[in-house]
Design a protein. Structure first.
Length: 322
């Protein structure tokens, strides 16, 4: 019994240590909080030509995490489709492996950047959060009262497939490509589904650079970084939007943008704990605490069972000896 108990305690200790390392993993710099600094978009028709296209500013960025099998997502999708706002940029992520339009890097975005375990979730400009179909009912009014100042890109252009930027903030440039994808069951068009994504260090050292087929050149001038990357292999006539974000990586803290209850929320079944606990403010740490609790139970229960079995055997032995 002592050996089994010691083994269980060792497993628990390792799990707690590993969870602490996970909580701090992914940050580019401990002194720089993870956030989205800037968001720009390109006119697709211009991007497919060989002229120089300047990036357009946007007021709101909506990152919508959905799945075709998710029933509550239908209501959220209808709300988003009815927005019809020129000041809003939409990225629809499909992070579930069970979904027809599953995109692995949307899954990474869901778990590592925002720390969610279920859908639907609507992230507003990297700061606000609406959870479930109930909170999406106030999406329009929330956007009207939600302001965010974007800055970081000094200049951002696209010429014949080559993306060039000057930036004075942030650490990573993300390029998001969306396309039209019909809903698996209703066949309703979903116009802004993320289908491609690449990211590059803002200083010029390409990270996950599968899109670049040219040389990278970077120059630091008074903390303004200049770089260019070729992304022509991501562009075709099926593209519905090109969205570029400037970020510092890590778990981005969000605040709930609605006081409504988070009704209509489906868990993604690959989550090992199948748990979701809404809070008034989401800071990226509750999920780690829950995971530690789950692993703690997983470590303690076997030891408790072994203890009970050992006690019973001891009692049986004592009884027979009498």
């Amino acid at each position: 019994m002592n050996r089994s108990w010691a083994l269980s305690m060792a497993v628990l200790f390792i799990v707690i240590l590993s969870s602490q390392s996970v909580a701090h993993a992914g940050h580019f710099d401990e002194d720089t909080p993870p956030k989205i600094y800037d968001v720009r978009t390109f006119d697709v028709n211009c991007a497919l030509t060989n002229v120089t296209c300047s990036a357009n500013e946007t007021t709101h960025l909506i990152e919508y995490f959905s799945a075709d099998w998710c029933e509550p997502c239908v209501l959220v999708s209808e709300q988003i489709a009815s927005l019809n706002r020129t000041d809003t940029t939409i990225l629809q992520h499909h992070p579930s492996p069970r979904d027809l339009h599953f995109f692995s890097e949307s899954n990474i975005r869901l778990y590592e950047t925002y720390g969610f375990w279920g859908i639907p979730d609507v992230v507003l400009s990297g700061e606000g959060l609406l959870v479930g179909s109930s909170q999406s009912n106030v999406l329009t009014s929330t956007l009207d009262n939600f302001t965010r100042q974007w800055n970081g890109f000094v200049e951002l252009t696209l010429t014949n497939g080559t993306l060039s930027w000057e930036a004075n903030d942030g650490h990573v440039v993300h390029v998001w490509i969306t396309k039209n994808r019909p809903h698996e069951y209703s066949q309703i068009d979903q116009e802004f589904v993320v289908t491609n994504h690449v990211q590059f260090n803002v200083t010029g050292n390409a990270e996950n650079n599968t899109a670049s087929n040219g040389s990278n050149q970077s120059e630091a001038l008074n903390h303004t970084y200049i770089n260019s990357i070729n992304i022509s292999n991501l562009l075709d006539e099926d593209v519905t939007s090109i969205v570029v974000t400037l970020e510092t990586p890590g778990r981005i803290p969000l605040s709930y943008a609605s006081s409504l209850a988070s009704l209509g929320y489906d868990l993604i079944d690959e989550n090992p704990n199948n748990l979701f606990i809404p809070e008034s403010t989401y800071n990226g740490e509750p999920d780690v605490a829950i995971a530690v609790f789950g692993f703690t139970l997983a470590a303690i229960v076997p030891a408790f069972i072994i203890y009970v079995q050992t006690v019973r055997k001891q009692r049986a032995t004592d009884y027979e000896s009498e």
